[in-house]
Design a protein around this ligand. Structure first.
Ligand SMILES: [Ca+2]
Length: 215
């Protein structure tokens, strides 16, 4: 199908086994059902549903639904629905937030979803994880701290931007590991970056994040 372009990228993070799968729905392929060629559609009962999200750095745009939009299981009904997405303030670098899963789980996958007609559609972020047991563990590290020195591990760098073509539409990202587990973790940190700085409108509209526990 022409409308559903799909690209697979492999993360060059600490773990060579970590795979980042990116799907991009353009035009009519982008629907409120968030159906992708390979990336699973969002689910309501994932491990992130009952989690606690906390902002560590950055400013959430006042027109955004805030962090709650990421785990409420609700999806936007159209491509430009600010009140159904998390996005950071325009003209800023982005932001950092933490997900507390409430206890250590065997993490099978992390999926993220976004939808916007143009430059606020692609996703650019670093994902870190921690079990919280390192003696140097810093539960709320600021952006000037090297996370790998305080109990955090970089899981993946996600960048769905394309070299050419229309970047608007819907993106689904699936972060997983060939062995079936990304590791045992309690906390996740998302370092979210603007997709471009040519104008103030480079803050991605994140619709949902799913955290999948290994069965
Ligand atoms: Ca949502």
């Amino acid at each position: 199908m022409k409308l559903a372009a799909a690209v697979a990228l492999f993360a060059l993070a600490a773990h060579a086994e970590v795979t980042v799968t990116i799907d991009h729905n353009r035009g009519k392929a982008a629907t409120p059902a968030f159906t992708f060629a390979r990336v699973p559609s969002p689910v309501r009962d994932d491990a992130a549903t009952a989690t606690k999200l906390e902002l560590i750095a950055g400013t959430i745009d006042r027109n955004s639904a805030g962090l709650a939009a990421l785990t409420d299981g609700r999806l936007p009904g159209n491509e430009d629905e600010p009140e159904a997405n998390l996005f950071f303030r325009g003209d800023s670098w982005g932001g950092r937030f933490r997900v507390d899963l409430g206890g250590v789980i065997d993490l099978a996958a992390v999926n993220s979803y976004s939808w916007h007609p143009n430059t606020r559609a692609p996703q650019v972020y670093r994902l870190y994880a921690s079990d919280g047991t390192d003696p140097n563990f810093n539960p709320m590290p600021g952006v000037k701290i090297d996370l790998t020195t305080c109990g955090w591990r970089e899981i993946a760098f996600v960048d769905t931007r394309m070299k050419e073509g229309d970047e608007g539409g819907q993106y689904g990202v699936h972060i997983a590991d060939d062995r079936g587990s990304l590791g045992r973790y309690r906390y996740l940190i998302f370092d979210v970056f603007e997709t471009e700085s040519d104008d103030p409108w480079g803050q991605t509209f994140y619709s949902e994040i799913d955290v999948v526990a290994k069965k």
